[in-house]
Design a protein around this ligand. Structure first.
Ligand SMILES: C[S@@+](CC[C@H](N)C(=O)[O-])C[C@H]1O[C@@H](n2cnc3c(N)ncnc32)[C@H](O)[C@@H]1O
Length: 266
């Protein structure tokens, strides 16, 4: 399955910012508690985006791990490299398309991670096969992504506003099924962990910021719902009306992110 997908850096950074501002729990702490990356480790983050996880591990290991971040978006890699230079960190950000063979020798890494990215792969067996190949024996793979119950309120508001079908989201529909099963078939041991974050929006505006950062035209995941800028604005305005009605009824807007973490050992 070929998924035509692009992540504009402003949208990704906006969503990360909103999760941090309005969330009840911190996904970074959850990730570090689960993985406890150590000084001296070789770490590969696949679909690193602007480098969020790489910088997290760099801080946690007090810059004592060898970290490589790979992504196919040059725009996001540039952001990551700029931050790397600003921090004086030594993370190696490089081009990596996870639908192609990874440019690393067998048994190179202790830890391979991918946050909200790798499930866009066209051929899961191939991509997780590559992750397995570049890991050392006993090395770990960590993949996070949305579970089916993720962000229900967000989808319900959009459904009520549009009376249209929500387009299939590559992550949520495949995470517990195909993705878990593929990894489980390749790795020696596989576990599923769960993280919940309640985002409480104190007004409608930041929720609409989140909607815009999720439905952006160039993201190409939602294009079945609108065609061009005018239809996009009309859609946002309908969503705003429904969100406003929910807000007046409940006094707040709460959206729960439900994230799965697949942790596997080679
Ligand atoms: C939702 S973002 C997550 C970014 C980052 N892991 C984070 O947690 O902030 C998804 C990322 O997957 C990347 N991506 C999508 N398809 C890819 C591919 N075929 N190869 C490499 N990266 C890809 C996008 O460029 C984007 O950076």
């Amino acid at each position: 399955m070929k998924i035509d997908y692009q992540e504009p850096s402003k949208d990704l950074l906006m969503r990360i910012d909103i999760h941090e501002k309005y969330g009840s729990a911190n996904i970074d702490e959850w990730t570090n508690d689960l993985l406890k990356p150590q000084a001296g480790m070789d770490i590969l983050d696949v679909g690193c985006g602007a480098g969020k996880l790489c910088f997290l591990f760099d801080d946690y290991t007090k810059r004592q791990a060898k970290i490589v971040g790979g992504d196919f978006s040059n725009e996001l890699l540039e952001k990551a490299r700029a931050k790397n230079a600003e921090r004086g960190s030594k993370i190696d950000f490089q081009f990596l398309d996870f639908n192609e063979k990874f440019n690393f020798a067998d048994s190179s890494f202790d830890l391979c991670t991918s946050a909200f990215a790798i499930y866009y792969a066209s051929d899961l067996n191939f991509t997780f096969g590559e992750a397995h190949r570049v890991l050392k024996d006993g090395g770990r793979l960590f993949v996070s992504g949305p579970l089916p119950e993720n962000k229900q309120m967000f989808y319900e508001i959009i459904k009520e506003a549009t009376h249209a079908e929500i387009p299939p989201m590559p992550g949520s529909s495949r995470f517990k099924g195909d993705i878990f099963d593929t990894i489980d078939g390749i790795f020696a041991k596989t576990e599923l962990h769960k993280f919940e974050n309640h985002l409480t929006f104190p007004s409608v505006a930041p929720f609409i910021d989140y909607v815009r950062a999720s439905l952006g035209e160039d993201r190409k995941l939602w294009t079945s719902m609108f065609n061009g800028a005018d239809e996009y604005e009309a859609l946002i305005s309908k969503i705003q009306t429904v969100a406003q009605a929910w807000f007046e009824r409940d006094g707040k807007l709460v959206m729960t992110k439900v994230v799965g973490g697949i942790l596997a050992t080679k």
